[in-house]
Ligand binder design. Structure first.
Ligand code: MN
Ligand code: MN
Length: 456
């Protein structure tokens, strides 16, 4: 007999939406069908609600806990749950609380991450290792990392810890041979560094110059280069946080050639434009110091089309739990010293439903594919990502008729601001289930992942 039966709702999958009941046994979906009998099971009458698969947020920078921050991993995992995200993947790059020892080697970083996060997450979670030019021999460790359930790795083409080009290509090749995939931050330092130096020389240090020194061309050129490397390396490639039409065109070209190139964008690139950088209040502009920066309305429009027509595969939050009182700091230092990033782990589904589905830019089924189905498929989480018999009952009961205003004071994340302050949104999560249980009833698990070659 089922433990839980959800009745009266509309079940949404990437294939379509149907009125059906859902029965859950031992944390898994046991049956989907009409008129399931809730007799003896916990019964959730969900008439008028949608049942969505829990969101899988593959791009976060949730931070490890220490004496000064004893609950921050826990709190951001709870924030994820409150927003409808039942699995997140995070990076353990320097700045996320990893020790120098853990940062020096991906394998040591994985061991430290697992030890320090055990029993600390309210939802299921996993790690994407960072490969950095500051590590001794990160490429040597790739086969063992993949073996240990971490098959995806972030590498940077920009910042002082970037991998040199020849190492990046070697990392792609090595990862591909052993069943892994690189997630690449594509920006070209050859274009950005001279612009930054020039701005500083001229005394243009205000926050908005962060954006003005990182043009779309720098992203597009690096995206093209990463695609060429992946082609030579016969490797799949995942482009993180794609923000502009020119980079999108590079991905579209690669896809039209049949190459296994995937791309992600983030809700802030779909919601805001670079007009926000003209705000005279530095305290506002600093909230949008992110890389890549916000782009033009033309870029925003192109990204929505890219989501619809399959050029973009995933939407991730790029959650960086910075605070204005500690990491960001106002009055702002010169822009190169400002921490890049902003929070978003709790608002991902709300913003995508409201800005996408409710505004008619995205079908409900396509949203579910971008937030759950494709992340599960591309990141090796076959028990998650869809409402299907046998999969984990990670479910969001979504009330499409609700309206609310996003406010920092109502959020649970560890940041002290939200970029979406004051945004009116349609829809709200009315209940979130992790493996069939209410958030907080069970602990989140570390997910050992395996990529499925045929999926890539
Ligand atoms: Mn990045
Ligand atoms: Mn990031």
């Amino acid at each position: 007999m089922a433990d839980l039966v959800i009745t009266g709702a509309t079940v949404v999958t990437a294939m379509g939406s149907t009125k059906a009941d859902v029965a859950v046994t031992d944390g898994r979906i046991e049956r989907i069908g009409p008129d399931l009998d809730p007799d003896g099971a916990r019964h959730l009458d969900s008439t008028g609600l949608l049942v969505l698969p829990g969101v899988i947020d593959v791009h976060t920078h949730v931070r490890l806990e220490d004496d000064a921050h004893p609950d921050r991993f826990r709190r951001d995992s709870l924030a994820a749950a409150h927003g409808g995200t039942t699995t997140f993947l995070t990076f353990n790059n320097p700045g996320t609380g990893i020790s120098d020892e853990g940062a020096s080697s991906p394998l040591r970083g994985l061991a430290e991450f697992r030890e320090r996060t055990e029993g600390r997450s309210a939802v299921d979670y996993g790690l994407c290792s960072v490969l950095s030019g500051h590590q001794d021999d990160p490429i040597d460790e790739l086969p063992a990392l993949i073996q240990a359930g971490v098959p995806t790795f972030k590498a940077f083409m920009v910042y002082d810890f970037r991998l040199p080009d020849e190492e990046l290509e070697l990392a792609m090749r090595t990862a591909a041979r052993h069943g892994g995939m690189l997630q690449v931050h594509c920006e070209d330092p050859g274009m950005i560094d001279p612009l930054v130096a020039d701005a500083l020389r001229e005394g243009r240090t205000a926050c908005r110059f962060h954006a003005l020194t990182r043009p779309p061309q720098a992203e597009a050129a690096a995206t093209r280069k990463a695609i060429e490397m992946a082609r030579r390396a016969e490797a799949p490639l995942y482009v993180v946080h794609l923000s502009c039409a020119e980079a999108l065109a590079e991905v579209a070209d690669a896809k039209s050639r049949g190459e296994p190139v995937y791309a992600e964008t983030c809700p802030h690139y779909l919601t805001f434009t670079d007009a926000l950088y003209t705000d005279p209040d530095e305290g506002e502009v600093i909230k949008r110091v992110i890389s890549p920066p916000l782009r033009s309305q033309t870029d925003v429009d192109a990204l929505w089309i890219g989501l619809r027509d399959g050029i973009l595969d995933v939407v991730g939050s790029d959650h960086v739990p910075d605070r204005l009182d500690t990491e960001k700091r106002v009055p702002a230092p010169p822009f190169p010293e400002i921490s890049n990033g902003g929070p978003g782990i709790e608002t991902l589904l709300s913003v995508m439903y409201s800005e996408g589905v409710a505004k008619g830019r995205l079908g409900l089924e396509r949203m579910v594919e971008l937030l759950s189905g494709n992340p599960a498929r591309l990141f090796g989480l076959p028990t998650k990502g869809a409402i299907e018999v046998g999969r984990d009952a990670d479910l969001v009961l979504w009330d499409p008729s609700a309206s609310r205003t996003l406010r920092q004071e109502n959020l649970h994340h560890t940041s002290d601001f939200t970029p979406y302050e004051g945004l009116e949104v349609r829809g709200t999560p009315s209940r979130v289930l992790l493996r069939g249980r209410a958030v907080g009833e069970i602990e989140g698990r570390f997910m050992e992942r395996r990529l499925m070659r045929r999926e890539l």
